[in-house]
Each structure stands twice: as structure tokens, then as C-alpha cells.
Design a protein around this ligand. Structure first.
Ligand code: CDP
Ligand code: CDP
Length: 224
């Protein structure tokens, strides 16, 4: 990875943040950081350990004591938690349904944000999540709020899940996504909201390459 600017991308579930951020980072030879994968990994571990998800101090302790790594791999990022590869496991609906609750705990976010900021220090970076523009990388040269209609986001996720053989209906997925967006928008800490200085990019009806091109243009304009 090479020196460069910071590109921050926030938005609701299924908007295409990870797909687009990863591809933009690849083309610029920047580091890609999927912050959602960190919260998902921690949620997976909490479920695995049967931790009560209402127990904020247990979750905070777990977050402080856990080693999360994102390793560049052929197909995106490999996610390791305490050395265990959870790349595929963290995408399952079971994790998706509980991740908002875990991510709403302030004591969980502190070590996660610390890790995210440390990873972004040395090189050009594309980071996606919910609170990146306003909180994690407030000085990012490019800030984007990436979204699409709920129907389109659910359809995209459905195609992805069907291809992986995950048994879930389009209706159930759309309900899960709407519920998670609501939880992310309404929480007290780091709620999902478009930062004032972020550019709105509505990708409804746009294919991946069109979105990647738009983002690359914004990066070039900002000197990256
Ligand atoms: O990929 P998808 O949009 O479904 O979700 P994600 O980016 O993997 O994030 C999963 C969940 O983690 C979100 O619904 C948020 O509750 C939480 N999250 C967060 O709180 N802050 C971030 N910076 C990133 C994710
Ligand atoms: O990270 P986020 O939840 O925002 O979305 P994602 O996981 O990157 O994208 C959700 C699905 O939509 C993936 O299967 C992408 O390949 C697909 N996608 C798409 O069909 N068109 C786009 N413009 C962007 C993503």
C-alpha cells in the first residue's frame, strides 16, 4: 500500500459500501478497512461464548481482550479473531441480527475505533462503516454517504445470500435490514447519519462499476 489520502464511506446495510470501498482501494493501492467486519467478528465471538448481549460490561471486557485482524486476501479481506478465521461465519444472518446491539455499547466501540484509527495512520486508506466521516476519520479528504433504496439493498443482499446457499427469503432479509438500519440510526452512540460534510451518493439503479468510477473521481478531485 502507498501513501495517499483518507476516504471515508458510511451508509446503511447493503448499500454496496464494502464492495465499492474494496475495489476503490485495490485500484489505488490503498489499504481497505471494513469496520463492520470488526463489530461482526466480536458479535460472532460473543454468541460463540454465550455471553449475555445485554451485559454491557461483559461485552466491553471482551472487546478489550480480543485480537481482531483484517488481512488482505485474494477475495477481499480475511477476518481473524483471536487467530480464528471467521471470514464467512460473520456474514450469516444470525450475526447480522445481533451485531447492532453489540455495536451500540460504548465500551465496545472504544477499542474498535482505536484499532481503526491506528490502521489508518500510515498510508492511503478507504474505510467503510457507520461513523467514519464524523468520528473515526474526521479529517478524511473524501467523505461519502453511500445509500440505495431499501428494496434495492434487500435485493442485492438476497442475490448474495442465495449464491452462498443461505436459506432466507427476500421478505425476511428486507425486514432484517430495515430493523438493523433503525437500530443503527436510533442509538445514542455513533448513530448512522449522514455527516454534514459528507457527499450523498444514491446508488439505486447503479451497477458496481458506475459507483466505483464516481468514487474514484471524488478521490482524484481531492488529490488522491
Ligand atoms: O455490510 P452491512 O452493511 O450489512 O453491515 P456492516 O458494515 O458489516 O456492519 C454491521 C453492523 O456493525 C452495522 O449494522 C452496525 O450496527 C455496526 N457498525 C457500526 O456500528 N459502526 C461501524 N463503523 C460499522 C458497523
Ligand atoms: O457493505 P454494504 O452492506 O454496504 O454492501 P455490500 O456488501 O458491499 O453490497 C451488498 C451486495 O450488493 C453485494 O453482493 C454487492 O456485490 C452488491 N452490489 C450491487 O449489486 N451493486 C452495487 N452498485 C453495489 C453492490
Amino acid at each position: 500500500t502507498k501513501a495517499g489520502i483518507q476516504v471515508a464511506i458510511d451508509g446503511p446495510a447493503g448499500a454496496g459500501k464494502s464492495t465499492v470501498a474494496r475495489e476503490v482501494a485495490r485500484r489505488l493501492d490503498y489499504l481497505y478497512i471494513d469496520t463492520g467486519a470488526m463489530y461482526r467478528a466480536l458479535t460472532w465471538l460473543a454468541l460463540q461464548k454465550d455471553i449475555d448481549l445485554n451485559d454491557e460490561s461483559a461485552l466491553s471486557l471482551l472487546a478489550e481482550a480480543t485480537d481482531i485482524r483484517l488481512l488482505p486476501a485474494l477475495e477481499g479481506l480475511k477476518v481473524l479473531i483471536n487467530g480464528q478465521d471467521v471470514t464467512d461465519a460473520i456474514r450469516l444472518p444470525e450475526v447480522s441480527r445481533h451485531v447492532s446491539q453489540v455495536a451500540a455499547v460504548a465500551g465496545v466501540r472504544v477499542p474498535m475505533v482505536r484499532l481503526q484509527q491506528r490502521l489508518a495512520e500510515e498510508c492511503g486508506v478507504v474505510m467503510d462503516g457507520r461513523d467514519i466521516c464524523a468520528y473515526v476519520l474526521p479529517r478524511a479528504e473524501v467523505k461519502i454517504f453511500l445509500t440505495a433504496s431499501i428494496e434495492e439493498r434487500a435485493r442485492r443482499r438476497y442475490l448474495e445470500m442465495s449464491a452462498k446457499g443461505v436459506d432466507i427469503t427476500l421478505e425476511q432479509l428486507q425486514a432484517d435490514i430495515a430493523q438493523r438500519d433503525k437500530e443503527d440510526e436510533c442509538r445514542d452512540v455513533a448513530p448512522l447519519v449522514k455527516a454534514e460534510d459528507a457527499q450523498l451518493l444514491d446508488t439505486t439503479g447503479m451497477d458496481r462499476e458506475a459507483v466505483v468510477q464516481q468514487v474514484l473521481q471524488m478521490v482524484h478531485k481531492a488529490g488522491g
